[in-house]
Design a protein around this ligand. Structure first.
Ligand code: NOJ
Length: 741
């Protein structure tokens, strides 16, 4: 026995000493390593534990985890960060027989130390370079703090604002969502995996989690195959095409099968059709949750179903660790499934360079330097201001002149800091956050009088403090109100049945508005809120989401005209909860409403217009843009031809600005019914006053294609309507294109 032990130690040390020197292809290095691994060691590689800062229910002690790490029973940790901590835990892994380094993962959703706007807010910028840069800075900071992997981007399409996780995604649209998915993957991962300023990204939650029934988190999803392919899968495909290193499955079911145990999704689509080579991690405990769902009889059955379905790594449920070896020995699970999962995980460890140096992400001075880089704050401010959407601006009440004498700032979010960071941040540090109050203070002229009253708390039931605010409002020339949600009202497990502005805030607005003074309302939230009274009566509305550490400066910059707002809504804002789920991609129906006065026997509500409060793509500027001269180089093309669509965009106002020109398409007659409008492309164009630019799109067959009834991606010959708009409900130009056989 001793002799064999000695021999195996020799082989292992030979392997370890040569593995870094070898320059064999990674797959060969993975194979060599796997030959040395016991069944238990292999299973260890696909077992992931959380550190102390849990992002879900925690069940085990740290000492237990460290012992497991030392004996090679853990392949990855989440929620351990900071060079000191990751170094310490990595050292435990290097005491294991094969010294296979751990992967450290964490939810770096919108920044590590520098907090950027929440992902939904950034999507409102429609600025792919800025979004990519934001992800890159987040990755750079995370990598400097010892992390290898972020559980982002969330690429779930969100059309139900009751679902708290809409804040984490890019909104409702397939095209925009796919473009942003790519930008974020490139941003997080850099040019290639292995750079010490980049981390592995993770496309989540595969798939269709955004469509949970009734907007209730963790609920079931029931969906047609076509809706899945047409709308919910494309951003995942885009992430896979961009080389995303990992996928995460979902807490939800899809048509009766939990996503975690769903082989149609993971084996057939992802690893089959899409030939995906990265690995799939479960969501937190989602393997074990298949028992609660009633899809597995116990944790062992859940382990068998998950590994069979293609879930490679077990986050937190320990189902693989406890049962997989026995399942394999009993011949119930095929060892090839395990080998495939382990191979995928090890491949990433090699790609990250961890076998060359397990501590290559553990450099204290890099950590210090990166986390104190002053540039990051400026970049955060820039993307924050780009994410702001000006919803309304009557009689040009905005921008406010810095010289205005008396300004009243009112509302529960005026001085708030923590709420501006939003949910999903690794650690809150409000000393780094600029509140709206501080931002405004920094903008106004020295002699101006800045008055403040809170008026009420976010979720107040009382109006006791209204009077103080009203008195203040009466003395003001202009009133700025900051209303919205607290950071804990949107995010995971934060679904709401009522998405009106919480508490007494809208009543406070009405009381202030009754003074007859111009009221500018700044709304901060993680989701589209409903605020019909504000929409009707406020002089101006600025949607500021949760903009992160630089929120106050960014918002004040817009309010006082240092920055001309350019954001557009990435998601529809409903008038009522009854309209949800909602998106601009409506169908005509067989009984379309042609005039709002004629809704008898029409696809309408008898108590509300069909239209939303604010449409997808809506967003105003302090300048005006005109759209003219639409041309199509060919009005008729065959499948292998293209046609160039062009038009002229002019800034007809007096200040420089940026416009997001949107290209929509309709296929009016097709073998399956198509929506009235689908976004196919867009350009964000910057124009000086009086300046014109020609904007071009090359229309290819791909723009005209959709999934037919056999789920084939086809473009059917016939006529298409092409529309150019400033918003989905503000079409400026249109033309027709014919696809010939
Ligand atoms: C549960 C969430 O659904 C997922 O998005 C997250 O990455 C994990 N917890 C880990 O924190």
């Amino acid at each position: 026995m001793k002799k064999y032990q000695g021999l195996s130690i020799l082989i292992v040390s030979l392997f370890i000493s040569t593995v870094s020197a070898q320059r064999k292809p990674i797959s060969a290095r993975v194979d060599s390593l796997m030959k040395l691994m016991t069944l238990e060691e292999k299973i260890g590689q696909i077992n992931q534990y959380s550190g102390r800062e849990a992002t879900g229910p925690v069940t085990r002690k740290q000492t237990y985890q460290l012992n497991d790490i030392r004996s090679g029973k853990v392949g990855s940790m989440l929620n351990v960060h900071g060079v000191k901590n990751t170094r310490e835990v990595q050292a435990a892994a290097l005491q294991s027989r094969l010294k296979i380094p751990l992967l450290f993962g964490m939810d770096i959703i919108h920044g590590y130390k520098t907090i950027f706007p929440i992902p939904l807010a950034e999507a409102a910028s429609w600025d792919l370079d800025a979004i990519r840069l934001s992800a890159h800075i987040a990755a750079r900071e995370a990598a400097a703090a010892g992390l290898h992997w972020t559980f982002a981007p969330m690429v779930d399409i969100g059309r139900d604002p009751r679902w708290g996780r809409v804040m984490e995604g890019a909104g409702e649209d397939v095209f925009l969502g796919s473009a942003i998915a790519k930008a974020r993957v490139y941003g997080f991962q850099g040019d290639r995996l292995g750079g010490t300023d980049a981390v592995m990204a993770c496309a989540k939650h595969f798939a269709a989690y955004g469509a949970v029934a009734a907007g209730r988190d963790y609920n079931d999803v029931d969906m047609s195959e076509r809706l899945l392919w047409d709308t919910y899968l494309p951003p995942f495909k885009a992430a896979a095409d961009a080389g995303v290193a990992t996928f995460m499955n979902s807490f939800s079911t899809l048509n009766g099968i939990p996503a975690t145990g769903n082989s149609d999704l993971q084996r057939h689509i992802l690893k089959g059709k899409w030939n995906y080579k990265g690995f799939v991690v479960s969501d937190w405990g989602s393997i074990g949750e298949m028992v609660e769902w009633g899809y597995a009889s116990d944790s062992s059955d859940a382990a068998l179903k998950a590994i069979t379905a293609g879930c490679d790594m077990d986050m937190q449920s320990e189902a693989y660790k406890r049962h997989l070896a026995r399942l394999i020995k009993e011949g119930k699970a095929d060892v090839k499934l395990l080998d495939d999962a382990v191979r995928r995980v090890l491949y990433k460890k090699f790609e990250l360079g961890l076998f060359d140096d397990p501590y290559r992400f553990c450099n204290e001075s890099r950590e210090q330097e990166t986390l104190s880089n002053p540039q990051h704050k400026l970049i955060a401010r820039d993307i924050a201001r780009k994410s702001i959407v000006l919803l309304k601006n009557e009689e040009k009440v905005l921008p406010v002149s810095a010289k205005v004498q008396n300004i009243a700032v009112i509302g529960p979010l005026v001085k708030s800091k923590r709420d501006l960071e939003g949910s999903w941040i690794p650690r809150s540090d409000t000393s780094l956050v600029v509140s709206l109050f501080e931002g405004i203070k920094g903008k106004i002229a020295p002699g101006s009088n800045l008055m403040y009253a809170k008026g009420c708390s976010i979720a107040d039931t009382s109006q006791a403090d209204f009077q103080e605010a009203i008195n203040l409002a009466k003395q003001a020339d202009v009133i700025i109100m900051a209303l919205g949600e607290s950071y804990s009202m949107s995010g995971e497990a934060k679904s709401r049945t009522d998405i009106h502005i919480p508490g007494q805030q809208e009543a406070l607005f009405e009381a202030i508005e009754a003074t007859g003074k111009p009221v500018v309302v700044v709304l901060m939230a993680g989701r589209p809120l409903i605020f019909n009274k504000v929409a009707r009566k406020a002089s101006a509305i600025v949607y500021a989401w949760w903009l992160g550490a630089e929120a106050g400066n960014a918002i004040a910059g817009v309010l006082f005209g240092d920055y001309n707002p350019s954001g557009k809504l990435p998601v529809t804002f409903p008038r009522s909860i009854g309209q949800i789920p909602i998106s601009y991609t409506q169908y005509n129906t067989g009984k379309p409403v042609k005039s709002p006065d004629d809704i008898k026997y029409k696809s309408a509500y008898i108590d509300s217009p069909n239209s939303p409060q604010y449409a997808f793509g809506h967003g105003l500027s302090y300048t005006k843009f005109s759209y003219s001269g639409l041309k199509l180089s060919k009005s008729s093309i065959s499948a292998n031809e293209t046609s160039e669509l062009s038009f002229t965009l002019t800034n007809t106002g007096e200040i420089a600005g940026e416009e997001v020109a949107q290209l929509y398409l309709q296929d009016p007659v097709a073998s399956v019914v198509r929506p009235l409008k689908e976004l196919k492309d867009f350009r964000k164009v910057s124009l000086k006053p009086g300046e014109s630019k020609v904007v071009r799109f090359t229309i290819t067959k791909d723009y005209l294609s959709f999934f037919n009834r056999h789920l084939e991606w086809v473009a059917e010959p016939g006529n298409f309507k092409l529309m150019i708009g400033a918003a989905s409900d503000d079409i400026k130009l249109e033309t027709a294109l014919t696809l010939v056989q």
